[in-house]
Write a protein that binds this ligand. Structure first.
Ligand SMILES: CC(=O)SCCNC(=O)CCNC(=O)[C@H](O)C(C)(C)COP(=O)(O)OP(=O)(O)OC[C@H]1O[C@@H](n2cnc3c(N)ncnc32)[C@H](O)[C@@H]1OP(=O)(O)O
Length: 699
């Protein structure tokens, strides 16, 4: 299938000729294996070993340098010591070779940033695109082209087989190819594996974006330690969503020690993990944690998209069926009862001691007669009550095991919804059945937990493909004329009000008389707060009086807060803010600038919820109102916003609109930090009010 020039990377992915610079006569070494693999895969283009110390290697003529190579070459595989690489790149450019895949280590990952920069400078000057350095190269399984030294490829399994639809791009060469091999073992079928190493030039995002251009790519998986440009990552995720391609991302460097290791591994900056997780989920990516996730998600590549989250379980073991139902339910999937017609159909083929509802238990009776299993599966599929099917088989062995596997495989051909088999059996008794299922492209796992995880991941990814806010949100600009630094509450609220966030009724009073008049206009009870840019934390400094109920109380509170403010060294006092007292559920909306993703917005409930429990929803700004509603619903404490203890539901719509407005303000680069705390949420129809706010505009 023609897929254009793969955004300029076709030459790398389907080269007309390949030179191997530093080709070793030892075909098992790092510098020898690329040649061995090219020959093993019967690569159809020209193969040109380059080694000044040899006449020929593996029956192929050896060239002294790249300039001597005569045929068309699109890729140079570079396996010489690091200090020789700049010169090889120069020769690539002289020879018009568009791509260099640099296996050599000894660059930024080991501290020699300067050498890496020299390589990239040479490449840029000569129009050469570089994969690596410090990578294991790539394989194009659709065309049978290995450009790697990975032992994973040194097998006949991939040389003539039918390629699958997974494009896998990994920063780590070793993990990338190891996980590819293990996932392939489990039955996952890949189309491309590309490792990017130090990403001196080409990175995971650019390569992934190019691979998405191949219409045969049905799933994208990435192993990332960091990204250079988070906007491009977000654009990639949007493009994948637009093409209906699910994306699984394993983000490594999640812990402090992991992120420290990531820096030296492929020279990445790992970043704040909560923000990473939030942004990836916001854009519909499935978060992977290890090799098991890569394998099991990979098995589902090309599976039909589930229409919902209802799982139908058909099992030969009551116990395993119950466990699967638990594991699914705990992950938010539904395991609904089947309608009477479907149950009746199932009852006809299972023994009376089985269960025809959900989980459907066909019992160990299948050992005597496995032929009813397919009928049960069809009844569950046709019931209209489920969106995915989980088949859980226990120790069914021998002839019955074979028939069971055959029936599941036959059923799979007619199944228009995701089907995942969990077969709890040891290798000795069940290896051949599992193999039979894999040969028939039926996804099969041995772990119930992993099976439930996989169905949930598939379901989440499918619903996120339906979502996707299109269009864009324009930034709100901070009004001109405001001095930099931390604004007073009154100034900050002026900014928020201009952005469309409702704020408390309040007036700035410069004398006691003013304050009394303001309180009359606003109506008691009121709050008094001293405004000074030098006192950003007013409560800590004791310059706030709440619930002031009348003129006498106000006079006393006024004197007290002023006296305390005057004690703060260097504080310039702008006046006292007289403010209405508001009642409502207290929420917090904050903005910070993440070093990787830029402005991000966080939402949670006030009090212990955010500070102690860390119950927060985070999104990259800007946030559409419907996304903000999702944020609100995603925190653990969200039931408090519904009807609760005799009071009506709160105004989630107004809250979401305020979060969205704040997120647009976050797009103004002047806003370094913004905290609305509390944002009071009233009952439905009554809106929200910002009670206090802090904005830091930087210097
Ligand atoms: C973590 C991951 O897995 S990601 C992947 C990261 N990459 C790696 O791990 C690779 C680490 N190893 C290196 O970086 C090494 O420097 C290598 C593999 C690139 C080179 O290793 P060396 O031991 O220096 O290479 P080696 O001695 O095998 O030389 C290879 C061949 O190049 C030949 N050679 C020497 N100089 C040159 C030259 N200028 N041009 C071409 N060939 C040359 C040698 O004669 C040798 O051939 P021979 O074995 O037939 O004698």
């Amino acid at each position: 299938m023609d897929c254009g020039d793969l955004l300029g990377l076709r030459g790398l992915l389907e080269p007309r000729g390949v030179a191997v610079v530093g080709a070793s006569s030892n075909l098992e070494s790092i510098s020898g294996r690329p040649l061995k693999l090219l020959m093993r895969y019967r690569y159809q283009g020209g193969i040109y070993p380059v080694n000044p110390n040899r006449e020929s290697i593996g029956g192929l003529r050896c060239y002294r340098d790249l300039l001597e190579v005569d045929g068309p070459v699109d890729v140079a595989l570079v396996a010489v010591r690091a200090n020789l690489v700049p010169q090889v790149i120069r020769q690539c450019s002289q020879r018009g070779i568009g791509f260099a895949v640099v296996f050599s280590s000894g660059f930024a990952e080991g501290g020699d940033q300067a050498l890496q920069e020299e390589v990239i400078r040479e490449a840029e000057a000569g129009g050469v695109r570089v994969l690596g350095p410090n990578c294991q190269g790539l394989v194009n399984l659709a065309k049978g082209i290995p450009l790697s030294f990975s032992a994973s490829l040194d097998t006949d399994r991939f040389t003539g087989g039918s390629p699958g639809g997974i494009a896998y791009v990994s920063q780590s060469g070793a993990f990338g190819f190891a996980s590819f091999a293990c996932a392939s073992d489990m039955g996952a079928r890949f189309r491309y594996v590309v490792t990017t190493g130090n990403q001196g030039d080409l990175d995971t995002v650019e390569v992934s974006r190019a691979l998405l251009e191949d219409p045969e790519v049905r799933m994208l998986m990435m192993y990332l330690e960091g990204v250079r440009d988070s906007e491009r990552l977000v654009e990639l995720l949007k493009a994948a969503r637009g093409k209906g391609v699910p994306v699984g991302i394993l983000k490594a460097g999640r812990s402090a020690s992991g992120s420290e290791a990531a820096k030296s591994h492929t020279a990445s900056v790992a970043g704040d993990q909560r923000v990473w997780r939030a942004v990836l989920e916001q854009h519909g990516a499935i978060l992977l944690e290890d090799l098991e996730d890569i394998s099991s998600l990979g098995l589902m590549c090309g599976a039909p998209r589930p229409r919902g989250s209802r799982v139908g379980i058909v099992t030969t073991s009551g116990g395993a069926g119950i466990m699967m139902a638990d594991l699914c339910s705990e992950r938010g999937l539904a395991v609904p009862k089947l309608n009477p017609n479907a149950a009746e159909r199932i009852s006809r083929v299972i023994p009376p001691f089985g269960s025809p509802v959900n989980p459907v238990d066909v019992t160990a009776q299948v050992i005597n007669d496995p032929l009813g299993l397919k009928e049960c599966l069809e009844a569950v599929r046709d019931s209209g009550d489920v969106d995915m099917i989980s088949v859980v088989i226990s120790m069914i062995t021998g002839e019955a095991g074979l028939k069971t596997a055959q029936q599941v495989a036959e059923f799979a051909k007619t199944c228009d919804m995701p089907l995942l088999c969990s077969w709890l059996i040891d290798q000795e008794h069940g290896g051949e059945f599992i193999e039979l299922l894999r040969e028939n492209h039926v996804p099969v796992l041995r772990s119930l937990r992993q099976s439930a995880w996989t169905l949930k991941a598939l379901c989440d990814s499918s619903s996120s493909l339906d979502l996707g806010s299109s269009g864009s949100l324009a930034p709100f600009r901070v009004p001109e004329g405001l001095m930099g630094g931390v604004l007073t509450e009154h100034e900050a609220k002026g900014v928020l009000k201009a952005a469309g966030v409702p704020v408390t009724r309040e007036e700035l009073a410069v004398t006691l008389e003013d304050a009394l008049r303001s309180a009359e206009r606003i109506g008691y009870p009121v709050a008094l707060k001293v405004m000074s840019r030098e006192i950003p934390h007013k409560t800590d400094a004791g310059v706030v009086a709440l619930g002031v109920r009348g003129a006498e109380e106000l006079k006393e509170a006024y004197r007290t807060v002023m006296a305390r403010a005057l004690e703060v060294p260097g504080a310039k006092i702008e006046g006292v803010l007289v403010q209405e007292m508001v009642k409502g559920l207290e929420c917090i909306v904050g903005v910070k600038r993440d070093p990787v993703f830029g402005p991000v917005v966080a939402f949670g409930l006030g009090g212990v919820f955010v500070e102690v429990l860390g119950d927060l929803a985070i999104r990259k700004a800007p946030v559409f109102v419907d996304e903000a509603l999702e944020m609100v619903d995603s925190i653990k404490a969200s039931p408090l916003l519904g009807r609760f203890r005799g009071r009506g539901a709160l105004d989630k719509r107004a809250l979401a609109e305020a979060i969205s407005a704040i997120s647009r303000l976050a797009l103004d680069e002047r806003v370094l930090e913004l905290d609305v705390n509390p944002l009071f949420v009233m009952e439905e129809g009554k809106g929200v009010v910002c009670g206090d706010a802090l904005i830091n505009l930087g210097e």
